[in-house]
Design a protein around this ligand. Structure first.
Ligand code: TYD
Ligand code: MG
Length: 453
């Protein structure tokens, strides 16, 4: 009997070793190296019988390359289209990652059901009945959606040849296995091999393929980092699992910007697209409550109004607590120090809790001023008027700094019916007559004076 050949692979970065060791030399992770069975086999193309065409690629002039073939496929889902940069590119591989239960399968099935093209949804995780039940909940009419429950790539390709789908969705890449590799499904070698086969298939037939990928506890796509290098687009589906809103963003996109963001709401009947996110992120109570302020932020090219909530109270225990949800905790500490030093607020002995509602997290520094307003409002117990929003960064000297694309923020605030927006005095705005009152501030003291007189 032939000796079984094994090699050691880092499960994080895919580096290969002759023997086991505790730390990976290339990515420096500990305990990620595991033994896998390797077996050399004659590799063929994605088609089982015919080996890949022996076409030799020749250099082409860039003007001569035809891009009309690459017209994007509209997924009928505006949020997804925007995140992809305008639709699915033929022959592209898209990887969708996210925590278990976040709704990856739901989103993909929903898209498969809505697409006007022939779609093949391959599931290695659920039975056809389970998928049907889910489809019934989503309640979409589908004529062109095929479901295949199979995990062996060779069998999948056989079915693909038979039905010739326009789009293939794989749920999930970690369940697939190829005959050419001995080690188990979900191992580095299997993921690498099955992805390579799928890439070959996608590029040769110009069929877009969407892969669902599991992510590990620390938020990386399970399996090797190389998976992210191999595919064209990496999308991440995130959000608080107990919260109804889900955010789709691109971490890598060979065909578009990675700044775009899609928002969905999880309902009993699947995911609903949220086309005006500002409405959902701002709470709708009429009472004026202290400790909340609205920030005009941008997610990608899209302006977004978010509500910042702060709670400042006297510390009960010796050490005051500082906690920030959705906002950088270091930045919160910095802002508290600036308030203490430059505006004379004694916050050193107070507990400060900060929260961005809607379960989203934002790293736009333009929300600093709203953070300041929320903290001061809670500290003074005076509500900030509901129709004011803020867009400015705070500097260490207590100065109010300008932010990028301020006009877009002003226009969004105006559109949503805000009466006043507070920005930095140093912002250059092209015109002076907006339908919204613009308050320009330069120092922390101006802000305090304007808000609390
Ligand atoms: P799922 O798509 O199975 O998650 P993933 O594939 O990312 O692991 O999502 C399952 C969750 O979504 C589950 O907790 C139930 C919820 N859900 C709804 O709220 N409404 C629905 O219509 C569907 C299909 C699922
Ligand atoms: Mg799933």
């Amino acid at each position: 009997m032939a000796k079984v050949k094994t090699t050691f692979f880092c499960q994080n970065c895919g580096a290969q070793y002759a023997k086991w060791q505790g730390q990976c030399n290339s990515c420096k992770e500990w305990n990620t190296i595991a033994e896998e069975v390797v077996q050399k086999a004659e590799k063929t193309g994605w088609k089982a019988e015919t080996p890949t065409a022996k076409r030799v690629a020749k250099p082409q002039r860039i003007q001569e390359i035809d891009t009309t073939r690459d017209a994007r496929l509209n997924t009928k889902n505006n949020e997804l289209n925007r995140v992809l940069g305008g639709g699915l590119v033929p022959g592209s591989l898209t990887l969708l990652g996210g925590q278990p239960g976040i709704g990856k399968s739901t989103l993909m099935l929903q898209i498969a059901l809505m697409l006007p093209y022939k779609t093949l949804y391959v599931s290695g995780e659920e039975s056809a009945q389970q998928i049907k039940m889910r489809a019934e909940r989503i309640n979409a009419e589908a004529e062109n959606c095929f479901i295949l429950t199979e995990t062996k790539t060779q069998n999948i390709f056989k079915q693909i040849e038979a039905i010739e789908p326009d789009i293939v969705i794989i749920d999930s890449i970690q369940t697939l296995h190829s005959d050419y590799i001995e080690s188990g499904a979900g191992s580095i070698l299997q993921i690498r091999e099955t992805t390579t086969e799928l890439i070959k298939f996608a590029k040769e037939t110009a069929t877009p393929v969407i892969l669902i990928g599991h992510i590990t506890k620390d938020g990386n796509i399970a399996g090797p980092k190389i998976l992210e290098h191999m595919v064209d687009t990496v999308l991440q589906f995130e959000g608080d699992r107990n919260h109804v809103y889900r955010i789709l963003r691109a971490h890598k996109n060979r065909f578009g910007s990675t700044n775009e963001l899609g928002i969905y709401e999880m309902q009993g009947s699947g995911l609903r697209e949220v086309s005006n996110p500002s409405e959902i992120l701002i709470s709708k109570n009429d009472e004026e409550l202290s400790g909340t302020a609205i920030a005009a932020t941008l997610e990608g090219m899209r302006p977004l109004m978010i509500e910042i909530q702060a709670l400042v109270s006297t510390a009960v225990y010796g050490t005051p607590q500082r906690s920030a949800t959705g906002y950088n905790a270091k930045r919160l500490n910095m802002i508290l120090a600036v308030l203490e030093k430059r505006a004379g607020f004694r916050l050193g002995a107070k507990d400060v809790f900060l929260n961005i509602t809607g379960g989203i997290s934002v790293d736009d520094t333009a929300i600093d001023l709203a953070v300041v307003a929320a903290i001061l409002s809670s500290n003074e117990d005076i509500a900030v008027a509901k129709d004011i929003c803020f867009a400015a960064e705070i500097g260490l000297a207590g100065e109010i700094r300008p932010v990028t694309r301020v006009e877009q923020r002003i226009l969004e605030a105006e559109k949503l019916g805000f009466g006043t927006i507070m920005i930095s005095k140093y912002c250059k705005i092209p015109k002076n007559n907006y339908g919204i009152n613009i308050v320009k501030v330069a120092k922390m003291n101006d802000v305090v004076e304007w808000l609390f007189g």
